[in-house]
Design a protein around this ligand. Structure first.
Ligand SMILES: [Zn+2]
Length: 265
């Protein structure tokens, strides 16, 4: 595997063996051109109005800067496959043993990216939710586990309230106080089915996990370990809502309303 493949994959603590990319020690601050393949990432491009692959240039070698015997950094520019809109990205790469040894085992220790107004991480949801998803991801890149969890929880609350409003489900109790999240989610899910069936029984558990992370005695490392899975479930709810809306529109267009449900062979 080439280093670019690791840099194109989600950041994890697992070290992965890659082809050698340095033939000798790189002193701190020294830079060297390296051939590591193309780094790719998916973003939503506002110009192209679609999810697009952004990549470093074909045959373009990248510059690697020495940090220590086990760390190097790489700066790069990924471009939209169609319109060439750029995304600036930086990686700090760490190896298990000396990084200039043959076939080193490496992982991304830290990464950062700068997105212009033309590029978003996600577009599976309204812009306001997309902004929160981007913030959660950047908090994760900065290893701020509790911060990332706050954004995910905020998204969950906002989409549940939006779904309630869309179905005219009261978000407040008779005494005028906001309903507890567990109650509101239950009311909403019974009618709007926002939680995918794969974990429909654990819709509140997801909220509970995100809330636990915010409690004082919670281990920040565990929050980071769980982040990708918790984010996947939140995105699953967003996809599910979008899917439900699209299917309802199709059913309307086809005229398959309830009166037509008496199918005859
Ligand atoms: Zn584009």
């Amino acid at each position: 595997m080439r280093l670019a493949e690791v840099l194109s994959s989600p950041q994890t603590n697992t070290f992965v063996q890659v082809d050698s990319f340095l033939d000798r020690k790189l002193a701190p601050g020294r830079q060297k051109r390296v051939d590591i393949g193309r780094i790719r990432s998916t973003y939503f491009c506002n110009h192209c109005n679609d999810l697009m692959t952004f990549a470093t240039r074909e045959n373009g070698k990248l510059y690697c800067v020495g940090v220590s015997d086990t760390q190097v950094s790489i700066d790069c520019v990924l471009e939209c496959a169609i319109c060439k809109t750029p995304v600036k990205k930086w990686f700090l790469i760490e190896s298990k043993d000396k990084i200039y040894y043959p076939a080193p085992e490496v992982h991304i220790l830290k990464q950062s990216e700068h997105l212009s107004d033309d590029v978003m991480l996600e577009n599976r949801c309204p812009v306001s939710i997309g902004v929160l998803l981007d913030k959660a991801q950047h908090a994760y890149y900065e290893k701020l586990g509790a911060g990332a969890a706050i954004y995910l929880r905020k998204i969950y609350e906002q989409i549940t309230v939006k779904a309630a409003e869309a179905k005219n489900i009261p978000t407040k109790n008779a005494n005028g106080h906001r309903k507890k999240f567990a109650e509101l989610l239950k009311n909403v899910d019974v009618i709007a089915h926002i939680v995918p069936h794969e974990f429909s029984a654990n819709g509140y558990r997801l909220f509970g996990e995100l809330s636990d992370i915010l409690h004082n005695d919670y281990d920040e490392c565990i929050a980071l370990e769980k982040y990708n899975d918790l984010r996947r479930l939140i995105c699953g709810i967003l996809d599910n809502i979008k899917n439900n809306e699209e299917m309802l529109k199709s059913l309307e267009r086809l005229g398959w309303n309830e009166e037509d449900n008496n199918v005859q062979d």
